[in-house]
Design a protein around this ligand. Structure first.
Ligand code: BES
Ligand code: MN
Ligand code: MN
Length: 456
C-alpha cells in the first residue's frame, strides 16, 4: 500500500499544486468582517475535496464564528486514531504594495508558491488532504483510523473550535493529534516542535477629553491620551527589554539543562538570523538569554498598532479624545492567561498618569504548551521523516501559538505531533509569504509514511 500511495503522490504533484493554488485564491481572512463569505467558501472548498478523496462523514460545522470542517475514516478497529488538524483561515495581507505578486493570486517562482496562506496554513493543511487521498485511492484498508478537523479562526484565537471540543470531546477522540502548522529549523532538517508559547491579546484604551479638541485652543490644558498611552507603554519594559509587570515571572518553568544543551547544538548563527531573517541592525532582548531562549522560553510583550487620532495624509491639529494600543504577550510554561491578564491590568492601572482613564480589554488568549515526546508516535514520525529527508529529527520549540493544541492535551488527553514543513524565511504573516514546493511534496510523503508506520 505504501509504494502505491507514494507513487500516486509522485505522479499527481502537478494536480496537488493546482488545487492548492485554487484554495489559496480564496481570501479567507478571518479577522476582517468583509471576508466572512470568503472564509465560508474556503470551508466549502475543503469539504468538497475531502468528499472527493473518499473521506466520510464530511461536514461543514457552523459555529457562532467561522465554520469548522470535519471528516473521518474509521475502519481500523483496534488500531490507533490520528486526529489531523489545520486551519484554513489566513492573516490580512497588508501592506499590499510590498507583495511582488498579489497575495491572493498564487504564483510559483524559483521553487516556491507565493500567496497569503501558502505555508500558514492552507498549504500545510493541503498536505494532509493529499496524503489521505494518496492512501485512500489505493483502495486498501487504512492501517489507522483518521479524523480531520480544520478551523477558520485560528488566526483570531480559535474560540469556536475550543467551544466545540469542550462540548463534544468524544467526536474528536483520538490517540494523537497531527498538526502541520510550524517550521523546520533549517532547510532539509526534519523537525518536531515540542513546545509553543501561549498568548494574551489585549487592547489598552486611554481616554482624556470628552471629545476631540482643537489643539491650539485647548493644547496646554487638556490631557492628551496619546501621551498618556506612550507613558504607560514606555513603562511596560525596561531599556534592556525586561518586562516590568510585577509577579509576571513567578512560577515560570525554565527549560531543562538537557533541552538547553540540545538548543545549543542546533545549527544556529545569530548573525545570519539577524541579517537574513530579521533584517535589523541589531537584535534586542533580555540580557543573559540566548536568542533561541528569548523566542522560545521567555515571555514577551509586543505592540502591534496604535489606532486613533489623525493618521491621514497632511496635517490636522487635534487632541484626540482617545488612544488605543493593541498589545499582546507571549506566555511560557508556568504562566496562565487569566492571571497574566490580571497582572497586566493592575500594573497598567498603577502607572496610568492623572487626567486620563484607562481600560485594558482581553481580546483572546491561549495557553502555553509543552508536548510530550514519550510516545510511540514520535518514533513513527522521526522514522517517517528519516526515510524522506535522510536525517535525524531535531526537537525544537516554537515562539508562536496555536491555541487549540493546549486544549487537545487538556480535553482529549492526547499528545500532539507538531510536524511542520515551513522554512524560517517563509514570511508568515508578512508580505511575500511562500511555501517551498519541495517541502510541500516532502510533507505529503512524510505524512503518508507516518500514517503507515503508526498503524504497524
Ligand atoms: N502557525 C502559526 C503559529 C506558529 C508558527 C507556531 C511558526 C510555531 C512556528 C499560527 O497560525 C499563528 O500565527 N498563530 C497566532 C496565534 C494567535 C493569533 C492566537 C500567533 O502565534 O500569533
Ligand atoms: Mn498557522
Ligand atoms: Mn498564523
Amino acid at each position: 500500500m505504501l509504494e502505491e500511495a507514494l507513487r500516486f503522490a509522485e505522479t499527481n504533484k502537478e494536480a496537488a499544486l493546482d488545487q492548492l493554488k485554487a484554495f489559496l485564491r480564496i481570501p479567507s481572512i478571518s479577522t476582517l468582517p468583509d471576508n466572512k463569505q470568503d472564509v465560508h467558501r474556503a470551508a466549502e472548498f475543503l469539504r468538497d475535496e475531502l468528499l472527493r478523496v473518499g473521506m466520510e462523514n464530511v461536514q461543514v460545522i457552523e459555529t457562532s464564528g467561522h465554520p469548522l470542517v470535519y471528516a473521518d475514516f474509521l475502519h481500523a478497529p483496534g488500531r490507533p486514531t490520528i486526529l489531523c488538524y489545520g486551519h484554513y483561515d489566513v492573516q490580512p495581507p497588508d501592506p499590499l504594495e510590498e507583495w511582488i505578486s498579489p497575495p491572493f493570486e498564487p504564483e510559483v517562482r524559483n521553487g516556491n508558491v507565493y500567496a497569503r496562506g501558502a505555508v500558514d496554513d492552507k498549504g500545510q493543511l493541503w498536505m494532509h488532504v493529499k496524503a489521505l487521498e494518496a492512501l485512500l485511492q489505493t483502495g486498501k484498508p487504512l492501517p489507522v483510523n483518521v479524523r480531520l478537523i480544520a478551523e477558520g479562526e485560528e488566526e483570531v484565537g480559535g474560540e469556536a473550535i475550543a467551544a466545540y471540543l469542550r462540548k463534544h470531546p468524544e467526536s474528536l477522540s483520538a490517540d494523537v493529534a497531527l498538526v502541520s502548522d510550524t517550521d523546520m529549523f533549517a532547510p532539509g532538517l526534519p523537525t518536531l516542535c515540542v513546545g509553543l508559547r501561549g498568548m494574551i491579546y489585549t487592547e489598552i484604551e486611554v481616554r482624556g477629553a470628552r471629545t476631540d479638541l482643537h489643539s491650539g485652543i485647548y493644547g496646554g490644558a487638556a490631557p492628551n491620551p496619546f501621551f498618556a498611552l506612550a507613558q504607560i507603554l514606555a513603562r511596560l519594559k525596561d531599556e534592556d527589554g525586561r518586562i516590568l509587570i510585577p509577579g509576571l515571572l513567578d512560577g515560570v518553568e525554565a527549560p531543562t539543562e538537557a533541552e538547553l544543551a540540545a538548543w545549543k547544538a542546533l545549527p544556529f548563527n545569530e548573525e545570519t538570523y539577524r541579517e537574513h531573517e530579521v533584517g535589523s541592525t541589531e537584535l534586542v532582548g533580555e540580557p543573559g538569554f540566548s536568542v533561541l531562549e528569548r523566542v522560545w522560553s521567555r515571555p514577551t510583550l509586543e505592540i502591534h498598532g496604535m489606532p486613533g487620532g489623525f493618521i491621514g495624509a497632511g496635517a490636522k491639529t487635534v487632541i484626540p479624545a482617545k488612544a488605543v494600543a493593541k498589545v499582546s504577550m507571549r506566555l511560557v510554561p508556568g504562566m496562565e492567561p487569566q492571571r497574566t491578564f490580571e497582572q497586566l491590568r493592575s500594573y497598567v492601572a498603577q502607572i496610568t498618569p492623572r487626567g486620563v482613564t484607562c481600560e485594558v480589554r482581553l481580546i483572546h488568549s491561549g495557553e502555553p504548551v509543552v508536548v510530550g515526546t514519550e510516545n510511540p508516535f514520535v518514533q513513527s514520525a522521526t522514522e517517517a521523516m528519516r526515510e524522506v529527508f535522510g536525517r535525524e529529527t531535531v526537537f525544537v520549540r516554537g515562539g508562536g501559538s496555536i491555541p487549540i493544541v493546549g486544549e487537545f492535551q487538556r480535553y482529549l488527553k492526547i499528545p500532539t505531533l507538531l510536524m511542520g514543513f515551513g522554512l524560517p524565511d517563509d514570511n508568515l504573516h508578512a508580505p511575500n509569504e511562500k511555501f517551498h514546493l519541495a517541502n510541500f511534496y516532502h510533507g505529503i510523503e512524510s505524512i503518508v509514511r507516518f500514517v503507515v508506520l503508526a498503524g504497524k
